[in-house]
Ligand binder design. Structure first.
Ligand code: NZQ
Ligand code: ZN
Length: 443
């Protein structure tokens, strides 16, 4: 082979090698491009299915069981109380002897007490103001509630008001914030609102009948004493309304557009099913300790945020109900039962599969895979049957005993939307017109 031939051969060989390298590079680049696409798609899917970030903060010491109220004095002392406002309701705690027993235990341990009773369901601002003045005048350093959600909420508002430099109502209408309050504890007598571990308080201003909520982590109770025996005296209606409220606290968190909350869903479903079973046991036998205990603990778990970890809560039904309580002074749980079926029918198409899951896993409806909407609607109907079975209303007429007027519906929608300035809910964001439509459906 001459020198020229050898050079040509070498050039061709080099070209062939270049072509091979180019081909290989092309395939590698193509492979990397496709894999990166797959990785990007995987990351996107993975992120959208990711459990939502959350903070869980539940600082309340729960003392649960028979005779637990006997620890009240040591608990007050443990959390720094020397002079205590004992706050209570309209008479049930007095009649049962719980109030006198509690005061006796406190005084017997050298703790001074100041009394303020008269809290009514849908607790009023005027009594809160009276409580704030009393606490300031008497130098109270701790508030003890003996009662239910209304008493505890009233106590929370007083506790904020003592430390807030201004009118306490400012906090409820978005005009102010308060990051401190007097320490509090409670002896719970009705499982329902969950205020014993929640971060909120709901107060009604008689001037305009506006029911508004406020809250942050500062109003959490230092301790909650829960003796199921103390709930034996509850009337059937309050028992049923309480169970409705706690199930609703779970549903407000359950009806979410988030996807990956497997464990939270399972906890929520177990809680709802258990409450739905046990309520019939206590309605049959009000002194059934086992069933009362399940319900008492259920009420707390339903609203201490454990059923909401990783979800985006809705709360539209609660907001719609608060306006009903404000206008008609009805029992909160009953108001929720009256409005929820209409809310559900209005919004279920936003996420049919969530309503199917609820129908099947909570209400025991058979899943018709060919008709998801039908399954979802049968779940809502089953819930209505449950409400009726425990004596709860499923319409505003059943709630207030008469037809609601068009003017009243307009006013409810107006106040619920903060005079047209605010939406409600997150499962479906509701405008003022949506709110009015739901009230009309529920009439
Ligand atoms: O006032 P007394 O005589 O105690 O009678 C009460 C009241 O009439 C009675 N009762 C309580 N324990 C009893 C008893 N009767 C016999 N034996 C017992 N052992 O039950 C009636 C209702 O009491 P209430 O405290 O009003 O009930 P509940 O715990 O349901 O509280 C309702 C309030 O809580 C608010 C509601 O809006 C309503 O104003 N909520 C508070 C929340 C929170 N702070 O986190 C959340 C809730 O969603 C709710 O909005
Ligand atoms: Zn509630």
């Amino acid at each position: 082979m001459g020198a020229l031939t050898a050079t040509l051969f070498c050039e061709q060989a080099a070209k062939a090698a270049d072509a091979k390298i180019m081909m290989m590079s092309f395939f590698i680049a193509r492979f990397l491009f496709l894999t990166s696409k797959i990785i990007i798609i995987f990351v996107i899917i993975n992120n959208s299915l990711k459990m939502k970030d959350f903070v869980y903060f539940a600082p309340t010491e729960v003392v649960f069981g028979k005779k637990s109220e006997e620890q009240v004095a040591s608990l007050v002392k443990k959390y720094g109380g020397h002079k205590v406002l004992v706050h209570y309701g309209g008479g049930s705690a007095k009649r049962s002897g719980l109030l006198d027993k509690t005061i006796g235990l406190l005084n017997g341990s050298g703790i001074q007490t100041v009394l303020l009773g008269g809290v009514v369901p849908n607790p009023r601002l005027s009594l809160v103001r009276e409580g704030i003045d009393l606490c300031k005048r008497e130098g109270v350093d701790f508030i003890l509630s003996v009662g239910g959600g209304s008493v505890i909420d009233s106590a929370k508002a007083i506790a904020y008001g003592v430390r807030y430099d201004g009118d306490v109502w400012d906090l409820f209408i978005g005009k102010g914030e308060c990051y401190e309050c007097l320490p509090m504890g409670c002896v719970l007598t009705i499982p329902a609102a969950g205020s014993e571990m929640s971060s909120g308080t709901v107060i009604t201003n008689e001037d305009g009948n506006l029911k508004r909520d406020y809250g942050n982590e500062y109003c959490r109770q230092k301790f909650a004493i829960m003796n199921p025996e103390r709930t034996f005296t509850l009337p059937a209606y309050q028992t049923a309304a309480g169970v409705t409220d706690m199930i609703m606290h779970t549903m407000e968190r359950y009806f979410s557009q988030d996807d990956d909350m497997t464990l939270t869903d399972a906890v929520a479903e177990a809680l709802m099913r258990t409450m739905m079973d046990e309520v019939f046991n206590v309605l049959k036998d009000p002194s059934d300790y086992r069933a009362r205990a399940q319900i008492m603990w259920g009420g707390t778990l339903a609203h201490n945020d454990i059923t909401g970890c990783g979800t985006t809560s809705d709360w539209a039904t609660h907001q719609l109900e608060h306006e009903l309580s404000g206008m008609f002074d009805v029992t909160h749980g009953a108001g929720l039962a009256a409005i929820w079926p209409s809310w559900a029918r209005y919004v279920y198409k936003e996420n049919v599969s969530r309503f199917v899951r609820f129908a099947v896993n909570v209400m025991g409806v058979t899943n018709d895979f060919t008709d998801p909407e039908g399954t979802a609607l049968r779940g809502i109907e089953a819930m209505e049957r449950f409400y009726h079975a425990i004596g709860m209303p499923v319409s505003i007429k059943e709630l207030i005993g008469r037809e609601i007027t068009d003017e009243e519906i307009e006013e409810l929608a107006l106040t619920c939307s903060w005079f047209g300035k605010s939406t409600q809910g997150r499962f479906k964001v509701l405008s003022k017109a949506d709110m009015a439509a739901i009230y009309r459906m529920a009439r």
